[in-house]
Design a binder for this molecule. Structure first.
Ligand SMILES: [Zn+2]
Ligand SMILES: [Zn+2]
Length: 390
């Protein structure tokens, strides 16, 4: 019989932070509330700190540094570096390097530092409480970040920064307000603990609870309710397939305050080169997943042959649309190269631009529309499936 492998030793600093602080908050915050009570000033500042910390993690640590989904003005980087340190989730360098490993080896028990396949608790915070090998720092995937002076400055001064943001600033607020202990408890302690857990939901719950419209190749899920708690990061299935998109909730109505903030920053000149995955690619991912699901369903159906034949015909059409789209993209790319090389003279270029806008756009729109129709036909086809009699 194989012996169960012993668990690695506890990490005392992390246990103090992630077990000690929530326990302290659970006891001290209500006690002070009963004794002295809190007022609107303190609640409002706690909420403001919560969002400043949370969105510096999602907009800064995550979408800017870990995924390079856009480029930020140095002023914005410094802002994220300070408020992100206030979230007490390690330095940008360590956080982003861990996160890149999470994406690259998602659900791999040995290489994904917070692999969801090791369980809900492990992916939520268990991974930080012990000295697991999967957690050893390795910055070979973050050389670009090591060249970023803001990242390296924050990494060097991380402890001082986080103490200043979590104790110094709430203390100053408390002095201004006249209730130091109450402000420290609410803006310092409770806000920190709440922000920890809502951001940890992205690694835990967003890999367990929700739908998988874009890919079933990993455990990440889309969940609108979680998006509400996680500053927009609950659309995690989309994020895992298109990690360089600056948006996680791609529809205008999907709750993603982080994407709205990045968008606003780009209008203010603080962010640029925002990456958006083309709509066709998104539709393609949805259809791919639906074809996969349809095939599985049909294999279990009664007399599947005729429906399977229809499905394969649809798949053929789908592949043709995808190939046409790729050809159009290549055409567009070649034209860009020709323009850059100056191979096309000025006058012709202006005409070509006009043509490109009209003709290419129409072609792209047609292809997007064809995928949309195909999704409808596929869902009608699947309604005809009779499950096999037991
Ligand atoms: Zn994930
Ligand atoms: Zn990510």
């Amino acid at each position: 019989m194989t012996q169960p492998t012993p668990k690695p030793p506890l990490n005392p600093v992390n246990v103090t932070i992630f077990v000690g602080l929530p326990l302290a908050a659970l006891v001290l915050v209500p006690l002070w509330g009963l004794y002295r009570g809190y007022d609107g000033f303190q609640w409002l500042w706690a909420l403001a700190f919560l969002y400043l910390n949370g969105m510096s993690i999602t907009g800064g640590y995550h979408r800017l540094w870990a995924h390079k989904a856009y480029e930020a003005h140095p002023a914005l980087k410094w802002f994220f570096a300070f408020w992100g340190a206030g979230a007490l989730q390690n330095s940008i360098l360590i956080w982003a390097s861990d996160h890149r490993r999470h994406h690259r080896h998602v659900d791999d028990d040995h290489r994904d530092p917070y692999s969801a396949s090791r369980g809900l608790w492990f992916s939520h915070m268990g991974w930080m409480l012990r000295k697991y090998n999967s957690n050893d720092p390795d910055f070979s995937n973050a050389r670009d970040l090591q060249r970023d002076p803001v990242v390296m400055w924050q990494h060097r001064h991380y402890v001082a920064l986080t103490v200043f943001m979590n104790v110094g600033l709430p203390l100053l607020l408390g002095v201004w307000h006249g209730d130091i202990i109450g402000t420290l408890l609410l803006v310092g302690l409770l806000r920190l603990v709440v922000n920890h857990h809502v951001t940890f939901f992205i690694n835990s719950l967003a890999h367990f609870w929700g739908s998988r419209p874009y890919t079933e190749s990993n455990s990440a899920r889309d969940n609108g309710f979680l998006a509400f708690l996680t500053y927009g990061e609950g659309y995690h299935n989309y994020h895992h397939i298109f990690q360089t998109d600056y948006r996680n909730g791609i529809r205008w109505y999907q709750w993603d305050p982080t994407k709205w903030m990045i968008n606003l920053c780009s209008r203010l000149g603080l962010a640029r080169n925002l990456t958006r995955i083309p709509n066709f690619k998104i539709q393609r991912a949805i259809l791919d997943t639906q074809f996969e699901r349809a095939r599985r369903k049909l294999e279990r159906a009664e007399n599947p042959a005729p429906l399977l034949a229809s499905l394969e015909r649809e798949y053929q059409l789908f592949t043709e649309s995808v190939n046409q789209w790729k050809a159009l993209q290549a055409e567009r790319y070649e034209r860009k190269v020709a323009e850059l090389e100056g191979a096309i003279e000025e006058r012709k270029l202006a005409l070509l631009h006009k043509w490109e806008h009209a003709a290419l756009r129409t072609k792209f729109k047609e292809l997007e529309y064809s995928l949309k129709m195909q999704r409808k036909r596929l869902s009608m086809l699947m309604q005809q499936v009779q499950p096999q009699a037991a």
